[in-house]
Ligand binder design. Sequence first.
Ligand SMILES: [Zn+2]
Ligand SMILES: [Zn+2]
Ligand SMILES: [Zn+2]
Ligand SMILES: [Zn+2]
Length: 270
Amino acid sequence: MNRQAEREDLLQLLLRTSPQVYLEIMSKYVLCPVCKKCPNGPTVRCTEGHNLCFVCRAKYAKCPSCGTDFVGPRKLDEIKNALPEKHPCTNKTRGCDMTLPKFLIKDHEETCPHKPVRCPLKEVPGMYCKWQGLLQNLKDHVKDKHHTLLVEQQFVRFSTESNVNIVISNYGDEVFIFYRKRRNGKYCGVVQRVGLSRRLYTCQVIFKSPDGISTIVFTFVIPTMRRSLVSLLKSGGCFKLNESVLRNFYWENGVEALVNINDDVGKHVS
Ligand SMILES: [Zn+2]
Ligand SMILES: [Zn+2]
Ligand SMILES: [Zn+2]
Ligand SMILES: [Zn+2]
């Protein structure tokens, strides 16, 4: 690899570190302390390890930071060695060969294609699907075994007759389940996502009366499956409608509503 390519490579690595690490390494090894620039050329270093860019080097006989001699150009290996230590992904034995600094590996592991997962319908009454596998195979499992429940769009029109649907996002990077049930005289519904991506998804559940007069809209951030169906139904992580209110929204084939899944572009779960 030539020096230019090596520099590019190193910069890519640096950009993936945390802002603190990035700034620390840039100011220590790359930035010139005199002109505050990082010119596209070699940086020299003094015996104490201070920087000076090749433009400013012409103006100084000794290091302006400490007065010692210059010993030569900054070596890229020095910068590489200063990068945080890398760790393998916990799913290494399952086939993942990703290695990243500690603060990045956690994010990766959350959506690692080799992460072991269970079917999103594992908790759904009447289904209790026992499938377990790798995250990368989950969509195929859903398409294969639960295709009758699958709605391949962001809008789900549902009636009170069925109780569960699966949606795969337009980007194909997430799988949602939309589950509803009658509970203590209320009609409750939960939208969950498997957590295949770190994208932030919200949803609107829209009830419209046949006469067009009444509309009820529930809006919420879609939780991942780390929160169980039961806990979401018990807490506020779902929509709830009293049966008496629900009556206004009966169409010919039962209640009809629209579930609109949105991705908040650019936003990620922190
Ligand atoms: Zn300079
Ligand atoms: Zn110095
Ligand atoms: Zn991994
Ligand atoms: Zn399943």
